[in-house]
Design a protein. Structure first.
Length: 103
């Protein structure tokens, strides 16, 4: 397969994709932390703004992951659509256990 936007050299491609994969793992960790804080704040009757802040954090991190993994690049700008599709395709090929994001 010839890539148009990402390196064709396997070693270089691996280095680039590892950055995206690490970002996904970081976001997963941040989502889990935000879920814990959200549940704690909800249970401890915190101010509504605190609860909303944690909920928004969950949504924001999740949307970044969705955008990275979306094979159809639904939320991408027109100018970035093909690059986003290629990135998602490569990430899914490298990580076959990753589910498709809900759309």
């Amino acid at each position: 397969m010839e890539n148009n936007y990402f390196p064709n050299n396997a070693k270089e491609l691996s280095r680039v994709m590892e950055i995206y994969e690490q970002e996904i793992l970081n976001r997963r960790e941040w989502i889990n932390e935000s879920v814990e804080r959200y549940n704690e704040s909800k249970d401890n009757s915190k101010r509504p703004s605190v609860v909303i802040n944690y909920a928004m954090s969950i949504i924001n991190h999740a949307m970044v992951v969705v955008r990275m993994l979306d094979k159809k690049a639904v939320s991408s700008r027109k100018s970035d659509k093909e690059r986003s599709k290629e990135r998602a395709k490569i990430l899914h090929e490298r990580n076959p256990g990753i589910p498709d994001p809900p759309l």
